[in-house]
Design a protein around this ligand. Sequence first.
Ligand SMILES: [Zn+2]
Length: 323
Amino acid sequence: MLQNFRTLPQLLDYFKDEQTCKNYLAQHRWDGKVTCPFCNHDHIYITNRGYKCANKTCHKKFSVTVGTIFENTKLPLRTWFAAIYLATSHKKGISSLQLGRDFGIDKKNAWFLLQRIREVFFTTDKPEKKDGLFHIDETFIGGKNKNRHADKKIEGSQGRSTKDKTAVFGVMQTGGEVFAIKVPNTTTETLKPVIEALIEKGAIIVSDEWTAYNKLSADYDHIVLNHKAEEYVRGAFHNNNIEGFWSLFKRGYIGIYHYMSPKHLDRYCMEFTYRFNRRRTHDMDRFSDAIKRTHGKRITWKELTANPTTENGVVSETCAVVE
Ligand SMILES: [Zn+2]
């Protein structure tokens, strides 16, 4: 099986029809051994339309897409695969408007397609605690006061206020991965449990002088860089790595997405960390890894658009046309 595409045309040449896509999905989903998604039985009949479980108490029919992000889709898998390739290889992502135009699908469907693809970036594994050297930092997404008309400006929304912005907290291990998560605020009460869940006691943590980090020295070797005094590097300690991640995330926000709803911000965090943590791998490896992760990740339109929230006082749109 040819699996060494280097470009989108090569990928589309290979996935020339639905059956080729199904075979590829089956190979990656089950690693060559078809398993019933209902009872995990591995004695399976192949039928004209898909599979049938040989377990007498089950006997269910299923297709390769059942339980995956592709379940019940009306789009050809070929379109999905091309979209997954673009979403995993474009460093700053691809907007639903762009994808809709490129693929000739309406913006609502393109938005839904991309949100379902984002499911593969999530991991259900509990993060492992790690030892070593870490950089921690926060950033804020949103906040358009400077572009707002005077009577629409949100008062007191400057700086760390989350009145019209959403806070994202990031942890990056030197030589390791970045982890970013949406947080309701940047207080000690919010950030400390995240730090403790990810970093072993006794590890080295580099941060700026934000007061929420004040008590970290009780459990960690805490290096505080004094950004107010323009100290960004002290010997081997600096925040350049995580700054590099924030910079990519913000370039994606400003240049590609233009808007990330607070409600779905975690999905964008996962998308950007997924690509960033695999930035040294080939596009094709990222694509095949993403295909492997498509099962057990199904999300419906109803689930995605449930509870239009007013988190942080900001009304989040269920299907933001500018997203
Ligand atoms: Zn079964």
